[in-house]
Design a protein around this ligand. Structure first.
Ligand code: 0L1
Ligand code: MG
Length: 260
């Protein structure tokens, strides 16, 4: 009997909660998993989390830059969901004992002021519906052994979502050109990655527009109050004990955390 989507979701949530890396779904439970089915597994993960009382902070986009697509050997953006227990305060601590093999990447987050319902949404419409933009550091933690996965696998695994550090400085999206925002990500005083907002589909708002259009295929929409990561501006860097991570975003205050 092939595994159900719920069973695959339980397989992945168990790896997250018990903090071990596991072989990819397409090498174990379901060799022919499609991207569409990956999203059905993701929906089961959302149901499991909500049944545990976890709240959705917002959807997120992933694999939105050419650098990330090349790094992970995939060729299209994906989405997942960020939950309340994943938030770490700016200046706070990420504990390795809670995670498997985390990496960090720098992103711009959008705080949504009005519902955005696709299809046909543009970046300009996203900017008009956005209350604030915020710098963020996302900690991704694929549940798969050696980050070895296909596109359906990573979709099923809630797009590797694990922790998020949101910055404390909010800006109106019209206050700056998000595509031109320069970003450096340093660990222990050394710049490890750098980029500009344009790395994310030309402009981070385009990524949120793509999300609205992807969600509309399922009869879903972006909601007022959602806080949405638009995708990595930088590549992802592996974290180690003792790391001090600083994201510098032009026009914003720094975002930081340490690793213990
Ligand atoms: O946030 C993201 O870009 C999702 C990344 C998924 C792949 C990975 O684990 O690197
Ligand atoms: Mg990301």
């Amino acid at each position: 009997m092939p595994a159900t989507y719920k069973e695959i979701a339980e397989y992945l949530v168990k790896a997250e909660i018990e903090k071990y890396e596991t072989p990819r779904v397409t090498a174990t439970l379901k060799n022919d998993l499609t991207v569409e089915e990956g999203y059905l597994v993701q929906e089961e993960i959302v149901k499991i989390k909500q049944a545990e009382g976890r709240k959705i902070i917002g959807p997120k986009m992933g694999l939105t830059s050419r650098a990330k697509m090349t790094q992970m050997n995939v060729d299209e953006p994906i989405y997942g969901y960020v939950f309340d227990y994943m938030l770490i305060e700016d200046g706070g601590t990420v504990h390795l004992r809670d995670l498997i093999h985390p990496k960090v990447e720098a992103e711009i987050a959008f705080v949504i002021g009005k519902d955005i319902e696709g299809p046909g949404i543009t970046g300009a419409q996203v900017l008009a519906a956005t209350e604030y933009v915020v710098p963020a550091l996302e900690i991704i933690d694929s549940r798969y052994e050696n980050f070895n996965f296909t596109l359906p696998d990573v979709v099923a695994d809630n797009a590797s979502t694990s922790r998020v550090v949101l910055g404390n400085s909010l800006k109106k999206p019209t206050a700056l050109d998000l595509d031109l925002v320069g970003v450096t990500m340093s660990i222990n005083g050394e710049i490890k990655e750098l980029g500009a907002g344009a790395a994310v589909l030309g402009h981070p708002a385009n990524s949120i527009a793509m999300l609205a259009n992807m969600l509309s295929k399922k009869g879903e929409k972006i909601r007022e109050g959602d806080v949405i990561l638009s995708g990595g501006i930088t590549g992802a860097v592996m974290l180690a004990e003792g790391d001090q991570v600083i994201g510098k975003f032009d026009g914003f205050q720094d975002v930081t955390f340490k690793v213990e």
